[in-house]
Design a protein around this ligand. Structure first.
Ligand SMILES: NC(=O)c1ccc[n+]([C@@H]2O[C@H](COP(=O)([O-])OP(=O)(O)OC[C@H]3O[C@@H](n4cnc5c(N)ncnc54)[C@H](OP(=O)(O)O)[C@@H]3O)[C@@H](O)[C@H]2O)c1
Length: 362
């Protein structure tokens, strides 16, 4: 890694310095030459590392979008305040795209955008607050979007949680299932009326959807059946099945829907909920895509002109791939849709006065 190389370089230079002839030790010119060589060598190593990294782990999001002109587009990104979401926001903003950052913490989103120098004088970056662990919060956010925005061309459903202990949301659903899948479907449903005729929707999913056992039929896991990996994998499988259902609904339209796997073990805040995951992601970082590279496949799906007229496709490494057999099961996709509708209907129905009282007491 860069750190190891820097340390080795410092050692080598210290050795040279210690063994240099005395008159050279006093020669400031000699010292500045060493420093200059060090910085040149450092730059060469940096370039070489970037090249090796690019060959091994693919292009960056910036490289994927560099030739695009997106000034007439508006993109909604969930979880845009950190990690891959923030990097996608940066790349799209740089191409002139208006980005609606739908985030749990708009202060963090503003700070993230400022840290990436994309906030100042950028009126095309807009913040919307939503907590995906609450359908009420999602609805409120969508109402605000509908009030302020005229059309949305791209939707990137990116927000996600991983490694949580078993918890229920205010809607009494297992948290990973609701945050990673259900609430984002609900959001899409609520903003569908302002989607552009040729809109693209991208679900950020994961290769880990493959490790599910085909008999799995519970989506919002009860505590007795819960492991955080299983819950995460189910939520990602649900995303791919939702793509399948949506592409069927949009068959006679120009709207399209894709799924993108950004890369595995990308070191972001995703692994922050459990220390062993954090350690694993840190150890894997030199052998994985970095955040800039992880943004490439989702951005390819969201913007590439090469995908015009296509839909219902799963991508990794900016190339088409087959999702698991279970993820290609149309019957399951329809069943999941019905279940999703039932859950949303049940959780968002108007409460009776007695239920309101009970709700307020809780
Ligand atoms: N990193 C990887 O190796 C990897 C691999 C495969 C797939 N993915 C997928 O890539 C996507 C982006 O993840 P990342 O790696 O960039 O992780 P990240 O930095 O943790 O980003 C996740 C985003 O989701 C948001 N989020 C979490 N819970 C939320 C809630 N209740 N309401 C609203 N927003 C919420 C987070 O907001 P807060 O900052 O407020 O928590 C954050 O902005 C996820 O869908 C993840 O599953 C990542």
């Amino acid at each position: 890694s860069r750190e190891v190389m820097d340390k080795a370089m410092d050692k080598a230079l210290n050795f040279l310095w210690a063994n240099a002839p005395l008159n050279h030790k006093l020669d400031k010119k000699y010292l500045s030459t060493i420093e200059k060589n060090k910085s040149i060598l450092g730059d060469v190593i940096k370039v070489a590392q970037n090249r090796i990294n690019a060959v091994l782990y693919g292009p960056t999001g910036e490289e994927i979008t560099k030739d695009l002109e997106l000034a007439d587009k508006t993109c909604l990104i969930t979880g845009a305040n950190s990690g891959i979401g923030l990097e996608m926001t940066r790349c799209l903003s740089a191409r002139g795209c208006a980005v609606l950052m739908a985030c749990r913490n708009t202060y963090a989103a503003g700070a993230g955008a400022r840290a990436q120098s994309m906030w100042e004088n950028n009126h095309r970056l807009r913040l919307y607050e939503t907590n995906l662990a609450s359908l009420r919060s999602v609805k409120k956010c969508c109402d605000q979007i509908l009030q302020a925005e005229k059309k949305i061309d791209i939707v990137i459903l990116n927000a996600g949680v991983f490694g949580l202990p078993w918890t229920l949301t205010v809607d009494m659903l297992e948290t990973s299932f609701q945050v990673n899948y259900l609430s984002q479907i609900y959001m899409l449903k609520n903003i569908e009326q302002i989607l552009a005729p040729d809109a693209r929707v991208v679900f950020i999913t994961s290769e880990s959807h493959r490790s599910l056992i085909p008999t799995e039929d519970v989506v919002s896991l009860p505590e007795s059946k819960y492991t955080s990996i299983k819950a995460y994998n189910i939520s990602k499988l649900c995303g791919i099945l939702a793509m399948r259902y949506l592409s069927y609904c949009w068959l006679k339209t120009s709207k399209s829907v894709f799924c993108a796997h950004p890369g595995s073990f990308v070191k972001t805040r995703l692994c922050r909920n459990w220390q062993p995951y954090e350690l694993l992601y840190t150890l894997m970082a030199p052998f994985s895509k970095n955040v800039k590279q992880a943004a490439s496949t989702p951005l390819y799906c969201a913007t590439s002109p090469a995908l015009a007229g296509l839909s219902n496709l799963y991508f990794k490494e900016c190339a088409r791939a087959e999702p698991s057999e279970l993820a290609q099961d149309s019957h399951l996709a329809f069943r999941l849709h019905d279940l999703t509708e039932d859950i949303i209907r049940d959780r968002t129905r108007i409460l009776t006065p007695e239920e309101v009282k009970l709700d307020e007491r809780i």
